[in-house]
Design a binder for this molecule. Structure first.
Ligand code: PLP
Length: 417
């Protein structure tokens, strides 16, 4: 990614055009205009994505890869075209390196069970960080229970940035895999992924990156990063729920056994022996989420039509505006102030539980997330039970931040803080 100062200057007029693409932004909540600041949990969908899903069911619905009839061919063509779109979007070398899964969680579990489990022995180590989402912790704990391997955790500093020196120290001759987030969902910290991958590869250790958050906020080029696996969910990048992607280098995917058995992942079956399909279909057992994959392709086309650099520039400007406005609120403390940061404002308010903040804001039409954000170890690291998290997307604007500030004023009035 380019340094922020080299990025396009955001044009505030764009945001109104972009907003017009998202029908849900016209909703009212508790009688107020919706201010949607829960994009880290899931993003809203542009009309083109809703249309793509609808058009598939109206004009092309059939099962893929099997039918000789026209609808099945249409469905197959659109499904495989979506795979090619995704490959281009993250600069994978071949569409076959794109495996459709339900989401980031499933992608990480697939790597844990299919790549790691057959290779891991007692005493081996898996390296993660202290800023991970539970989806990038628990699959590795399960693997450790199954194999006798140990989980090692790279610490973070008080700003929520990764301790990169500790990372290099913890990479040992026992490390078999690194699994690290690209952008931390509870803190907003961006990890220096090229550097982490280079250090890991120097020791012959492959790297999986959890791109659940990064995919919607940073240009992602898996070839340039040189990571071995990259996981993300469609719903966090303006696509539908129930569809996601595991990118894997072809040579690694080819060497991995199937994860689940069933239809589509086989070439031939007898009771004596089953021959598996080629990648990526070897990992896609059963009827896939065809409509979801096609709509995810439409979502990435939408993002491309604006340009990730323009989106990142807009969101960075908004993040700076929001940070300045929030930091002067008495009793407000940010959790997550790393220098390299994107899209997330996580904070606590003295004397008020995060859930109460979230509930009162909701009554003012403002959707934020309050809780541990599926990152309980992060909460423990910072000694808080929960935070309020406002998370940005391309359609957020200054008015949304102003509404948040006003809402927080009401919270402080109610609690007398
Ligand atoms: N990893 C990170 C960093 C996330 O933010 C999330 C979702 O919040 C996940 C993984 C899990 O994503 P999903 O629930 O779509 O599988």
């Amino acid at each position: 990614m380019k340094p922020i100062e080299q990025m396009q200057t955001p044009d505030p007029r764009n945001v109104e055009h972009w907003r017009a693409d998202f029908p849900i932004l016209g909703e009212r909540v508790h009688g107020r205009p919706l201010v949607y600041l829960d994009n880290g949990a899931t993003t809203q969908k542009p009309a083109s994505v809703i249309y793509a899903e609808n058009a598939y069911y109206r004009h092309s619905n059939a099962n893929v890869h099997r039918g000789v009839h026209l609808l099945s061919q249409r469905a197959t063509d659109s499904f495989e075209a979506a795979r090619a779109t995704i490959a281009r979007f993250i600069n994978a070398q071949r569409p076959e390196e794109i495996v459709f899964v339900r989401g980031t969680t499933e992608a990480i579990n697939l790597v844990a069970q299919s790549y790691a489990r057959p290779r891991i022995k007692p005493g081996d180590e898996i390296l993660i960080s202290a800023m991970e989402h539970h989806s990038n912790i628990v699959p590795w704990q399960l693997l450790c229970e199954q194999t006798g391997a140990a989980l090692k955790v790279v610490p973070i500093d008080d700003t929520g940035a990764l301790d990169a020196d500790a990372y290099e120290r913890l990479l040992s001759e026992r490390t078999r895999l690194v699994a690290m987030t690209h952008l931390a969902n509870a803190l907003g910290s961006i990890n220096p992924v090229e550097r982490l991958v280079a250090a890991s590869h120097a020791r012959g250790v492959p790297v999986l990156l959890d791109g659940a958050q990064a995919i919607a906020h940073l240009p992602v080029d898996v070839h340039a990063i040189a990571c071995d696996f990259y996981a993300f969910s469609g719903h966090k990048v303006y696509g539908p729920t129930g569809i996601g992607v595991l990118y894997g280098k072809a040579a690694l995917l080819e060497a991995m056994p199937p994860w689940q058995g069933g239809g589509d992942m086989i070439r031939s079956v007898t009771f004596e022996k089953t021959e598996y399909n080629e990648i990526p279909w070897k990992f896609e057992a059963g009827t896939p989420n065809i409509a979801g994959a096609i709509a995810l392709g439409a979502a990435l086309d939408y993002v491309d039509s604006i340009g990730m650099e323009a989106i990142a520039a807009h969101e960075n400007e908004l993040l700076a505006y929001a940070t300045d406005a929030l930091r002067v609120i008495p009793g407000l403390r940010f959790i997550g102030t790393a220098r390299d940061k994107a899209s997330i404002l996580s904070f606590v308010l003295d004397g008020v539980h995060a859930h109460d903040v979230g509930t009162i804001l909701d009554h003012h039409g403002i959707a934020v997330r309050a809780g541990h954000h599926c990152a309980m170890p992060v909460m423990q690291r910072f000694g808080v039970p929960a935070t309020v998290r406002a998370s940005l997307a391309l359609y957020n604007r200054h008015q949304d931040i102003d509404a948040l500030i006003e809402g927080l004023g009401k919270v402080r009035e109610i609690f007398g803080t």
